[in-house]
Design a protein around this ligand. Structure first.
Ligand code: NAD
Ligand code: ZN
Ligand code: ZN
Length: 392
């Protein structure tokens, strides 16, 4: 089959690789009809995630049709159309029973690597380094899906791929980010990053009761999307001082909840940004926590900071004094996708979300290397690319 394969920083190639096959009775093989590139893939592309190996198949947002199911999979059948969650989870361990699927204790065969780095291991993830399992990803024509009897959700109706594909990751991620804010109704929520995760975080914040949502980015088309589609007030961090602007907009108090939908590759100007770039280059810190610092300082006293943005390792100059002295709550995590599949599918059906509107580019899988470049550089107004593995 054809697959998008990692060969090093900035080096993705479309290659012919062996078709996947059933290894365990709970596996299934999916023939992929749509797959997408995620902001998290950029961290791999830019070389910031350790334990990638040349030849690794990328991709963790995918859906398609089952062409083979293992003998223990009773609830799905060949021919079923499914969306596959990016987090791989067994469905029965301590964490899966608590619906904390991204912490599954059984799905990361390389748990020892993660334990060395993070103390304990989270779940396995498709196409996301050997640290999280070394699983082949879904930017390919086929993929093997472990624990197929608990993960994938069957799509029975006429909803197009583009309406349901993002259930695999970014829609639940935006939703969980807003849910983690613990909104009671009437809050001011600020969201850093108007990428795909930011857009769904904004839209979810409205659904969960926010009274005002303020969105921050620098790209005009993303800010426009945040105001026109996601209905947020917007701030361009290259035009205004964000901390000051947020204070002004909230009577000096700060937003009740703040969401970091940017993560470890935050862009910035000024001394701290240069400091982070140099330290990251010299491998003295693994991530650039520009946004995280700003988020922590901006949130109101006693407020909640929600971090869907991915961080990999160690960050420097984190204002822990601000967190402690001002009674902030910090909530974060890889998304427990399985938990949100059914309720969010229903919300898509009801029209609470119209996920297809996020897509700015559709390309054949063959063009994945070009698509990565475009998405990384935010070129050509690119917000989200969907790749078609069977299109030429
Ligand atoms: P993206 O790259 O499309 O969007 C990031 C946005 O952040 C860009 O629009 C960029 O301009 C903006 N940005 C950069 N620096 C900024 C700053 N200083 N202030 C404000 N905005 C700034 O990526 P995405 O797909 O939306 O993903 C966003 C983050 O969420 C990534 O870190 C990704 O890895 C993470 N993610 C996490 C999960 C999860 O399970 N927790 C799932 C998917 C994605
Ligand atoms: Zn992702
Ligand atoms: Zn589990």
């Amino acid at each position: 089959m054809k697959a998008n394969v990692w060969h090093g920083k900035g080096d993705m190639r479309i290659e012919r690789v062996p078709d996947p096959s059933i290894l365990n009775p709970r596996d299934a093989i999916v023939k992929i009809t749509s797959t997408a590139i995620c902001g998290s893939d950029l961290h791999l592309y830019n070389g910031y995630v350790p334990t990638m190996e040349a030849g690794d198949i990328l991709g963790h947002e995918f859906m398609g049709e089952l062409v083979e199911v293992g003998s223990a999979v009773k609830n799905l059948h060949v021919g079923d159309r499914v969306v596959v969650p990016f987090t791989i989870a067994c469905g029965h361990c301590f964490f899966c029973e608590r619906h904390e699927h991204s912490l599954c204790e059984n799905s990361n065969p390389n748990a020892w690597m993660a334990e060395k780095m993070w103390g304990h291991s989270p779940a396995g993830v498709f196409g996301y380094s050997h640290l999280t399992g070394g699983y082949a990803g879904g930017q390919a024509q086929y993929a093997r899906v472990p624990y197929a009897d608990t993960g994938p959700i069957r799509i029975d109706d006429e909803l197009a791929d583009e309406q349901v594909l993002f259930l695999s990751d970014i829609l639940p991620t935006g939703y969980m980010a807003a849910e983690n804010c613990g909104l009671q109704g009437g809050e001011v929520v600020a969201v850093w990053g108007c990428g795909p995760v930011g857009q769904f975080a904004i839209q979810s914040a409205w659904l969960l009761g926010a009274e005002r949502v303020i969105a921050i980015d620098r790209f005009p088309e993303r800010l426009a999307m945040a105001s026109d589609w996601s209905r947020a007030e917007t701030l361009d961090y290259e035009q205004v001082d964000i901390g000051e602007a947020l204070r002004d907009m909230t009577g000096g108090r700060g937003p009740d909840a703040c969401i970091d939908a940017v993560g470890m590759e935050a862009h910035g100007t000024g001394m701290m940004a240069t400091y982070d770039r140099i330290k990251q280059m010299m491998r003295l810190e693994s991530d650039r926590p520009m946004v995280l610092r700003e988020v922590l300082r901006s949130c109101r006293n006693g407020g909640t900071v929600s971090v869907p943005g991915v961080y990999g390792g160690l960050v420097d100059k984190l204002p822990m004094g601000s967190v402690m002295n001002r009674s902030l709550t910090l909530k974060t995590g890889q998304t427990h996708v399985q938990r949100y599949l059914q309720p969010l599918l229903e919300r898509v059906r009801r029209g609470d979300f119209d996920p297809g509107r996020l897509i700015t580019h559709r390309m054949p899988l063959d063009d994945a290397p070009e698509a990565y470049r475009m998405f990384r550089d935010k070129a050509d107004g690119c917000v989200k690319v969907v790749l078609k593995p069977w299109l030429h």
